[in-house]
Design a protein around this ligand. Structure first.
Ligand SMILES: Nc1nc2c(ncn2[C@@H]2O[C@H](COP(=O)(O)OP(=O)(O)OP(=O)(O)O)[C@@H](O)[C@H]2O)c(=O)[nH]1
Ligand SMILES: [Mg+2]
Length: 416
Protein backbone atom coordinates (compact mmCIF):
# COMPACT_ATOMS: atom_id res chain seq x y z
CA UNK A 1 0.00 0.00 0.00
CA UNK A 2 2.78 2.42 0.88
CA UNK A 3 4.21 1.73 -2.57
CA UNK A 4 1.43 3.64 -4.27
CA UNK A 5 2.66 6.79 -6.01
CA UNK A 6 0.38 8.68 -8.37
CA UNK A 7 2.51 11.73 -9.22
CA UNK A 8 6.06 11.70 -10.46
CA UNK A 9 8.49 13.42 -12.76
CA UNK A 10 10.17 11.93 -15.79
CA UNK A 11 13.25 13.08 -17.61
CA UNK A 12 13.39 11.47 -21.05
CA UNK A 13 16.60 11.69 -23.06
CA UNK A 14 16.66 10.15 -26.51
CA UNK A 15 19.88 8.78 -27.99
CA UNK A 16 22.12 11.07 -30.01
CA UNK A 17 22.59 10.30 -33.67
CA UNK A 18 26.02 8.95 -34.55
CA UNK A 19 28.39 11.13 -36.60
CA UNK A 20 29.19 10.38 -40.19
CA UNK A 21 32.81 9.44 -40.92
CA UNK A 22 35.39 11.19 -43.07
CA UNK A 23 37.45 8.53 -44.74
CA UNK A 24 39.08 7.82 -48.11
CA UNK A 25 39.72 4.51 -49.77
CA UNK A 26 43.26 3.25 -49.60
CA UNK A 27 44.37 1.84 -52.90
CA UNK A 28 47.76 0.50 -53.90
CA UNK A 29 48.49 3.01 -56.66
CA UNK A 30 46.43 6.02 -55.65
CA UNK A 31 47.54 8.23 -52.78
CA UNK A 32 43.97 9.20 -51.90
CA UNK A 33 41.05 7.13 -53.21
CA UNK A 34 37.39 8.12 -53.26
CA UNK A 35 35.51 9.05 -50.08
CA UNK A 36 34.19 6.02 -48.18
CA UNK A 37 33.09 7.47 -44.81
CA UNK A 38 29.93 5.67 -43.64
CA UNK A 39 26.87 7.23 -42.02
CA UNK A 40 26.21 7.29 -38.32
CA UNK A 41 23.33 5.35 -36.75
CA UNK A 42 20.07 6.90 -35.59
CA UNK A 43 19.69 7.55 -31.86
CA UNK A 44 17.06 5.51 -30.00
CA UNK A 45 13.67 7.02 -29.08
CA UNK A 46 12.14 7.06 -25.63
CA UNK A 47 8.55 5.77 -25.72
CA UNK A 48 6.05 5.57 -22.90
CA UNK A 49 3.90 2.45 -23.03
CA UNK A 50 0.83 1.85 -20.89
CA UNK A 51 1.17 -1.55 -19.26
CA UNK A 52 -1.11 -3.51 -16.96
CA UNK A 53 2.07 -4.87 -15.34
CA UNK A 54 2.58 -1.50 -13.61
CA UNK A 55 0.24 -0.32 -10.91
CA UNK A 56 1.84 2.89 -9.74
CA UNK A 57 4.47 5.49 -10.62
CA UNK A 58 6.69 4.34 -7.75
CA UNK A 59 9.54 3.42 -10.10
CA UNK A 60 9.98 7.09 -11.02
CA UNK A 61 9.88 8.52 -7.53
CA UNK A 62 13.63 8.60 -6.91
CA UNK A 63 14.78 7.70 -10.40
CA UNK A 64 13.24 10.04 -12.95
CA UNK A 65 15.86 9.60 -15.68
CA UNK A 66 15.29 7.38 -18.69
CA UNK A 67 17.79 7.37 -21.52
CA UNK A 68 17.77 5.62 -24.87
CA UNK A 69 20.90 4.38 -26.60
CA UNK A 70 23.04 6.60 -28.83
CA UNK A 71 23.60 5.72 -32.45
CA UNK A 72 27.07 4.47 -33.37
CA UNK A 73 29.46 6.57 -35.44
CA UNK A 74 30.08 5.78 -39.06
CA UNK A 75 33.46 4.34 -40.07
CA UNK A 76 35.64 3.96 -43.14
CA UNK A 77 34.93 1.44 -45.90
CA UNK A 78 31.31 2.73 -45.89
CA UNK A 79 30.54 1.07 -42.58
CA UNK A 80 27.45 2.57 -40.99
CA UNK A 81 27.09 3.10 -37.26
CA UNK A 82 24.66 0.90 -35.36
CA UNK A 83 21.13 2.18 -34.72
CA UNK A 84 20.57 3.10 -31.07
CA UNK A 85 17.94 0.88 -29.45
CA UNK A 86 14.62 2.53 -28.54
CA UNK A 87 13.76 2.57 -24.87
CA UNK A 88 10.25 1.47 -23.92
CA UNK A 89 9.30 2.87 -20.54
CA UNK A 90 6.34 1.09 -18.96
CA UNK A 91 3.84 3.24 -17.10
CA UNK A 92 0.55 2.19 -15.50
CA UNK A 93 -2.57 2.29 -17.64
CA UNK A 94 -4.21 5.65 -16.98
CA UNK A 95 -1.02 7.71 -16.90
CA UNK A 96 -1.43 11.31 -18.04
CA UNK A 97 1.67 13.13 -19.31
CA UNK A 98 1.91 16.87 -18.73
CA UNK A 99 4.44 19.45 -19.74
CA UNK A 100 6.16 21.44 -17.03
CA UNK A 101 3.74 24.24 -17.93
CA UNK A 102 0.83 21.98 -16.97
CA UNK A 103 -0.46 21.25 -20.47
CA UNK A 104 -1.74 17.72 -21.06
CA UNK A 105 0.38 16.13 -23.78
CA UNK A 106 -0.78 12.55 -23.74
CA UNK A 107 -3.27 10.36 -22.01
CA UNK A 108 -2.29 6.70 -21.97
CA UNK A 109 -5.68 5.33 -21.06
CA UNK A 110 -5.65 1.95 -22.79
CA UNK A 111 -3.23 -0.94 -22.33
CA UNK A 112 -0.58 -0.77 -25.04
CA UNK A 113 -1.06 2.97 -25.79
CA UNK A 114 2.30 4.43 -26.78
CA UNK A 115 3.61 7.95 -26.82
CA UNK A 116 6.88 9.30 -28.11
CA UNK A 117 8.46 11.16 -25.19
CA UNK A 118 11.80 11.99 -26.83
CA UNK A 119 12.79 11.45 -30.43
CA UNK A 120 16.21 10.03 -31.23
CA UNK A 121 18.72 12.21 -33.05
CA UNK A 122 19.12 11.80 -36.77
CA UNK A 123 22.38 10.29 -37.94
CA UNK A 124 25.07 12.29 -39.64
CA UNK A 125 25.96 11.32 -43.18
CA UNK A 126 29.48 10.20 -44.01
CA UNK A 127 31.64 12.02 -46.52
CA UNK A 128 30.84 9.40 -49.18
CA UNK A 129 27.48 11.17 -49.52
CA UNK A 130 29.00 14.46 -50.54
CA UNK A 131 30.92 13.38 -53.59
CA UNK A 132 29.99 15.42 -56.64
CA UNK A 133 31.55 16.46 -59.93
CA UNK A 134 32.76 19.64 -58.37
CA UNK A 135 33.77 18.11 -55.07
CA UNK A 136 35.92 15.03 -55.67
CA UNK A 137 37.34 14.76 -52.17
CA UNK A 138 34.80 15.98 -49.59
CA UNK A 139 36.75 16.50 -46.41
CA UNK A 140 33.71 16.78 -44.17
CA UNK A 141 30.83 14.70 -42.84
CA UNK A 142 27.76 15.55 -40.80
CA UNK A 143 27.53 15.49 -37.06
CA UNK A 144 24.82 13.36 -35.49
CA UNK A 145 21.83 15.29 -34.21
CA UNK A 146 21.48 15.50 -30.46
CA UNK A 147 18.52 13.40 -29.20
CA UNK A 148 15.54 15.24 -27.75
CA UNK A 149 15.45 15.77 -24.02
CA UNK A 150 12.40 16.75 -21.94
CA UNK A 151 11.12 16.90 -18.40
CA UNK A 152 7.52 15.81 -17.88
CA UNK A 153 5.08 15.50 -15.02
CA UNK A 154 3.34 12.15 -14.86
CA UNK A 155 -0.01 11.77 -13.16
CA UNK A 156 -1.84 8.50 -12.69
CA UNK A 157 -5.60 8.40 -13.00
CA UNK A 158 -6.64 4.88 -12.21
CA UNK A 159 -8.81 3.10 -14.70
CA UNK A 160 -11.39 0.98 -12.92
CA UNK A 161 -14.72 -0.29 -14.15
CA UNK A 162 -16.44 0.73 -10.96
CA UNK A 163 -15.38 2.98 -8.09
CA UNK A 164 -16.66 2.84 -4.54
CA UNK A 165 -17.45 6.27 -3.18
CA UNK A 166 -18.73 6.97 0.29
CA UNK A 167 -18.06 8.69 3.57
CA UNK A 168 -15.11 7.41 5.59
CA UNK A 169 -15.68 4.28 7.65
CA UNK A 170 -18.79 3.05 5.81
CA UNK A 171 -17.24 -0.31 4.85
CA UNK A 172 -15.82 0.29 1.37
CA UNK A 173 -12.57 -1.54 2.04
CA UNK A 174 -14.38 -4.37 3.78
CA UNK A 175 -16.52 -4.86 0.68
CA UNK A 176 -13.61 -4.94 -1.77
CA UNK A 177 -11.79 -7.38 0.53
CA UNK A 178 -14.87 -9.61 0.59
CA UNK A 179 -15.41 -9.73 -3.16
CA UNK A 180 -11.86 -9.67 -4.55
CA UNK A 181 -8.30 -10.63 -3.70
CA UNK A 182 -7.50 -7.04 -2.64
CA UNK A 183 -6.40 -6.82 1.02
CA UNK A 184 -6.67 -3.20 2.11
CA UNK A 185 -6.39 -2.16 5.73
CA UNK A 186 -9.74 -2.19 7.53
CA UNK A 187 -10.36 -0.46 10.85
CA UNK A 188 -13.10 1.23 12.77
CA UNK A 189 -12.01 4.82 12.27
CA UNK A 190 -12.28 7.32 9.41
CA UNK A 191 -9.55 7.66 6.78
CA UNK A 192 -8.14 4.20 7.28
CA UNK A 193 -7.66 3.98 3.55
CA UNK A 194 -5.06 6.47 2.37
CA UNK A 195 -4.45 5.28 -1.17
CA UNK A 196 -6.77 3.74 -3.74
CA UNK A 197 -6.96 -0.05 -3.96
CA UNK A 198 -7.97 -2.02 -7.00
CA UNK A 199 -9.51 -5.47 -6.91
CA UNK A 200 -10.66 -7.78 -9.68
CA UNK A 201 -14.15 -9.17 -9.11
CA UNK A 202 -14.85 -12.46 -10.91
CA UNK A 203 -18.49 -13.14 -11.57
CA UNK A 204 -19.74 -16.69 -11.14
CA UNK A 205 -20.07 -19.17 -14.00
CA UNK A 206 -17.47 -17.38 -16.13
CA UNK A 207 -19.87 -14.48 -16.77
CA UNK A 208 -16.90 -12.08 -16.80
CA UNK A 209 -15.00 -9.84 -14.46
CA UNK A 210 -14.61 -6.19 -13.59
CA UNK A 211 -12.13 -3.99 -11.75
CA UNK A 212 -13.44 -2.35 -8.60
CA UNK A 213 -11.64 0.60 -6.98
CA UNK A 214 -11.79 1.46 -3.30
CA UNK A 215 -10.87 5.12 -2.87
CA UNK A 216 -10.35 7.04 0.37
CA UNK A 217 -13.52 8.32 1.97
CA UNK A 218 -15.11 11.60 0.88
CA UNK A 219 -16.55 14.22 3.20
CA UNK A 220 -18.57 17.37 2.67
CA UNK A 221 -16.29 19.93 1.02
CA UNK A 222 -14.05 17.25 -0.55
CA UNK A 223 -14.25 18.88 -3.98
CA UNK A 224 -12.79 22.08 -2.56
CA UNK A 225 -10.00 20.27 -0.76
CA UNK A 226 -11.39 19.03 2.56
CA UNK A 227 -10.29 15.68 3.90
CA UNK A 228 -8.29 13.32 1.74
CA UNK A 229 -10.86 12.71 -0.91
CA UNK A 230 -9.84 15.62 -3.08
CA UNK A 231 -6.49 14.15 -4.04
CA UNK A 232 -8.21 10.96 -5.04
CA UNK A 233 -11.25 12.24 -6.85
CA UNK A 234 -9.29 12.06 -10.07
CA UNK A 235 -9.19 8.29 -9.67
CA UNK A 236 -12.95 8.27 -9.67
CA UNK A 237 -13.09 10.33 -12.85
CA UNK A 238 -12.39 7.43 -15.18
CA UNK A 239 -14.62 4.83 -13.60
CA UNK A 240 -17.39 3.59 -15.86
CA UNK A 241 -19.77 3.14 -12.96
CA UNK A 242 -19.92 4.76 -9.53
CA UNK A 243 -20.97 2.69 -6.56
CA UNK A 244 -22.32 5.17 -4.03
CA UNK A 245 -22.16 3.57 -0.60
CA UNK A 246 -24.03 5.09 2.33
CA UNK A 247 -23.78 3.92 5.92
CA UNK A 248 -26.96 2.49 7.39
CA UNK A 249 -25.39 1.93 10.83
CA UNK A 250 -27.14 3.51 13.75
CA UNK A 251 -24.41 6.00 14.66
CA UNK A 252 -23.56 7.08 11.12
CA UNK A 253 -22.63 10.80 10.92
CA UNK A 254 -25.65 11.60 8.72
CA UNK A 255 -28.79 9.79 7.65
CA UNK A 256 -28.49 7.73 4.45
CA UNK A 257 -30.33 10.12 2.13
CA UNK A 258 -28.27 13.08 3.32
CA UNK A 259 -25.00 11.13 2.83
CA UNK A 260 -26.15 10.32 -0.67
CA UNK A 261 -26.96 13.96 -1.50
CA UNK A 262 -23.65 15.26 -0.15
CA UNK A 263 -21.69 12.67 -2.11
CA UNK A 264 -23.45 13.46 -5.38
CA UNK A 265 -22.99 17.19 -4.95
CA UNK A 266 -19.28 16.79 -4.16
CA UNK A 267 -18.78 14.62 -7.22
CA UNK A 268 -20.68 17.09 -9.38
CA UNK A 269 -18.74 20.10 -8.18
CA UNK A 270 -15.45 18.30 -8.82
CA UNK A 271 -16.49 17.29 -12.33
CA UNK A 272 -20.07 17.78 -13.55
CA UNK A 273 -19.91 14.69 -15.77
CA UNK A 274 -19.59 12.54 -12.63
CA UNK A 275 -23.18 13.35 -11.73
CA UNK A 276 -24.26 11.86 -15.07
CA UNK A 277 -22.15 8.72 -14.68
CA UNK A 278 -24.09 5.46 -14.35
CA UNK A 279 -24.33 4.62 -10.68
CA UNK A 280 -25.46 2.00 -8.24
CA UNK A 281 -26.56 3.20 -4.82
CA UNK A 282 -26.21 0.82 -1.89
CA UNK A 283 -26.58 0.98 1.88
CA UNK A 284 -23.83 -0.67 3.95
CA UNK A 285 -23.53 -2.36 7.35
CA UNK A 286 -27.19 -3.32 7.19
CA UNK A 287 -26.68 -5.74 10.07
CA UNK A 288 -25.91 -2.81 12.37
CA UNK A 289 -29.07 -0.91 11.56
CA UNK A 290 -32.25 -2.90 11.39
CA UNK A 291 -34.32 0.19 12.20
CA UNK A 292 -32.82 2.63 9.68
CA UNK A 293 -32.91 -0.09 7.06
CA UNK A 294 -36.69 -0.06 7.00
CA UNK A 295 -36.78 3.53 5.80
CA UNK A 296 -34.14 2.83 3.16
CA UNK A 297 -35.65 1.59 -0.07
CA UNK A 298 -32.45 1.15 -2.13
CA UNK A 299 -30.55 -2.16 -1.91
CA UNK A 300 -28.38 -2.78 1.13
CA UNK A 301 -25.52 -5.10 2.02
CA UNK A 302 -23.74 -6.46 5.01
CA UNK A 303 -20.19 -7.66 4.56
CA UNK A 304 -20.50 -9.40 7.91
CA UNK A 305 -23.50 -11.59 7.09
CA UNK A 306 -23.05 -11.62 3.33
CA UNK A 307 -26.57 -10.30 2.83
CA UNK A 308 -27.14 -8.54 -0.49
CA UNK A 309 -23.54 -8.92 -1.76
CA UNK A 310 -24.27 -11.18 -4.73
CA UNK A 311 -27.16 -9.00 -5.87
CA UNK A 312 -24.96 -5.89 -5.58
CA UNK A 313 -22.21 -7.44 -7.70
CA UNK A 314 -24.70 -8.37 -10.44
CA UNK A 315 -26.15 -4.86 -10.40
CA UNK A 316 -22.67 -3.33 -10.78
CA UNK A 317 -21.68 -5.85 -13.42
CA UNK A 318 -24.79 -5.11 -15.49
CA UNK A 319 -23.98 -1.37 -15.52
CA UNK A 320 -20.34 -2.06 -16.36
CA UNK A 321 -21.35 -4.28 -19.29
CA UNK A 322 -23.73 -1.63 -20.57
CA UNK A 323 -21.02 1.05 -20.39
CA UNK A 324 -18.48 -1.21 -22.08
CA UNK A 325 -20.75 -1.94 -25.01
CA UNK A 326 -21.50 1.76 -25.45
CA UNK A 327 -17.77 2.49 -25.53
CA UNK A 328 -17.23 -0.21 -28.13
CA UNK A 329 -19.68 1.66 -30.34
CA UNK A 330 -17.90 4.99 -29.91
CA UNK A 331 -14.18 4.24 -29.54
CA UNK A 332 -12.18 6.39 -27.14
CA UNK A 333 -10.17 9.32 -28.38
CA UNK A 334 -6.69 8.81 -29.74
CA UNK A 335 -3.65 9.64 -27.70
CA UNK A 336 -3.16 13.40 -27.79
CA UNK A 337 0.13 14.23 -29.40
CA UNK A 338 1.90 17.49 -28.98
CA UNK A 339 4.81 18.67 -31.08
CA UNK A 340 6.85 21.36 -29.40
CA UNK A 341 8.50 22.77 -32.54
CA UNK A 342 6.76 23.35 -35.86
CA UNK A 343 8.19 21.32 -38.69
CA UNK A 344 7.68 24.07 -41.21
CA UNK A 345 10.04 26.94 -41.66
CA UNK A 346 9.22 30.02 -39.62
CA UNK A 347 10.82 33.43 -39.96
CA UNK A 348 10.94 36.09 -37.25
CA UNK A 349 12.36 39.57 -37.24
CA UNK A 350 14.54 40.29 -34.21
CA UNK A 351 14.37 43.74 -32.54
CA UNK A 352 17.86 44.58 -33.90
CA UNK A 353 16.61 44.08 -37.46
CA UNK A 354 18.27 40.72 -38.03
CA UNK A 355 16.29 37.56 -38.85
CA UNK A 356 15.84 34.31 -37.03
CA UNK A 357 14.67 31.16 -38.76
CA UNK A 358 12.79 28.57 -36.70
CA UNK A 359 11.11 25.27 -37.48
CA UNK A 360 12.47 21.88 -36.75
CA UNK A 361 13.70 20.92 -40.21
CA UNK A 362 15.59 24.15 -40.70
CA UNK A 363 17.21 23.89 -37.30
CA UNK A 364 18.14 20.31 -38.04
CA UNK A 365 19.74 21.15 -41.37
CA UNK A 366 22.11 23.40 -39.49
CA UNK A 367 22.60 21.27 -36.40
CA UNK A 368 23.89 18.37 -38.48
CA UNK A 369 26.58 20.39 -40.15
CA UNK A 370 30.14 21.02 -39.12
CA UNK A 371 30.04 24.80 -39.34
CA UNK A 372 33.84 25.10 -39.28
CA UNK A 373 34.09 23.51 -42.67
CA UNK A 374 33.21 25.88 -45.53
CA UNK A 375 32.19 23.00 -47.80
CA UNK A 376 29.78 21.71 -45.15
CA UNK A 377 28.25 25.15 -44.80
CA UNK A 378 27.61 25.22 -48.54
CA UNK A 379 25.77 21.88 -48.25
CA UNK A 380 23.72 23.17 -45.31
CA UNK A 381 22.78 26.30 -47.21
CA UNK A 382 21.58 24.36 -50.22
CA UNK A 383 19.47 22.21 -47.94
CA UNK A 384 17.98 25.33 -46.38
CA UNK A 385 17.15 26.60 -49.83
CA UNK A 386 15.32 23.37 -50.61
CA UNK A 387 13.33 23.76 -47.41
CA UNK A 388 12.12 27.12 -48.64
CA UNK A 389 14.09 29.29 -46.22
CA UNK A 390 15.08 31.78 -48.94
CA UNK A 391 11.50 32.06 -50.07
CA UNK A 392 10.23 32.55 -46.52
CA UNK A 393 12.85 35.22 -45.86
CA UNK A 394 12.06 37.23 -48.98
CA UNK A 395 8.35 36.91 -48.30
CA UNK A 396 8.95 38.15 -44.76
CA UNK A 397 10.72 41.24 -46.15
CA UNK A 398 14.39 40.32 -45.71
CA UNK A 399 16.87 42.12 -47.94
CA UNK A 400 20.20 40.92 -49.27
CA UNK A 401 22.88 41.75 -46.72
CA UNK A 402 20.62 41.23 -43.69
CA UNK A 403 21.94 38.98 -40.94
CA UNK A 404 20.11 35.65 -40.58
CA UNK A 405 20.48 33.18 -37.70
CA UNK A 406 19.41 29.57 -37.65
CA UNK A 407 20.35 27.58 -34.58
CA UNK A 408 24.06 28.28 -34.04
CA UNK A 409 24.66 29.50 -37.59
CA UNK A 410 24.64 33.21 -38.44
CA UNK A 411 25.32 34.47 -41.92
CA UNK A 412 24.78 37.40 -44.23
CA UNK A 413 21.91 36.65 -46.51
CA UNK A 414 22.76 36.65 -50.21
CA UNK A 415 19.98 34.96 -52.14
CA UNK A 416 20.94 33.86 -55.65
N1 LIG B 1 -21.14 -4.88 11.42
C1 LIG B 1 -20.55 -4.59 10.30
N2 LIG B 1 -19.38 -3.93 10.31
C2 LIG B 1 -18.79 -3.63 9.14
C3 LIG B 1 -19.36 -4.00 7.90
N3 LIG B 1 -18.55 -3.56 6.91
C4 LIG B 1 -17.51 -2.94 7.51
N4 LIG B 1 -17.65 -2.99 8.87
C5 LIG B 1 -16.73 -2.39 9.86
O1 LIG B 1 -16.74 -0.99 9.67
C6 LIG B 1 -15.45 -0.43 9.95
C7 LIG B 1 -14.97 0.40 8.76
O2 LIG B 1 -14.79 -0.45 7.67
P1 LIG B 1 -13.78 -0.09 6.46
O3 LIG B 1 -14.00 -1.13 5.42
O4 LIG B 1 -12.42 0.15 6.94
O5 LIG B 1 -14.46 1.28 6.00
P2 LIG B 1 -13.99 2.25 4.82
O6 LIG B 1 -15.22 2.78 4.18
O7 LIG B 1 -13.02 1.57 3.95
O8 LIG B 1 -13.32 3.41 5.66
P3 LIG B 1 -12.20 4.49 5.19
O9 LIG B 1 -11.12 3.73 4.55
O10 LIG B 1 -11.77 5.10 6.45
O11 LIG B 1 -12.89 5.43 4.28
C8 LIG B 1 -14.56 -1.61 10.27
O12 LIG B 1 -14.46 -1.74 11.65
C9 LIG B 1 -15.30 -2.79 9.66
O13 LIG B 1 -15.01 -4.02 10.32
C10 LIG B 1 -20.62 -4.70 7.93
O14 LIG B 1 -21.20 -5.05 6.90
N5 LIG B 1 -21.16 -4.96 9.14
MG1 LIG C 1 -11.13 1.99 3.59
Amino acid sequence: MSGFVDEAQLHAKAGDGGAGAVSFRREAHVSRGGPDGGDGGRGGDVWLVASTARSSLLGFADHPHRRAEDGGHGRGKNKHGATGADLLVEVPVGTVVKSKAGEILADLAAPGSRWLAAEGGRPGRGNANFLSNRRRAPGFAEQGEVGEEHWYDLELRLVADAALVGFPNVGKSTLIATVSAARPKIADYPFTTLVPNLGVVRMPAGAGEFVLADVPGLIEGAASGKGLGHRFLRHVERARVLVVMVDLAEFAPADPQRQHDILISELASYNPSLAERPRVVVGSRSDMAPAAKDSWDAPSVSATTGEGITELLWAIFAEVQKARSEEARSPAEEVILHRPIAREVEVYREPDGSWRVGGRDAIRAVALSDLNDPDAVVVAQSRLRRLGVDRALSRGGARPGDVVSIGDLSFTWEPD
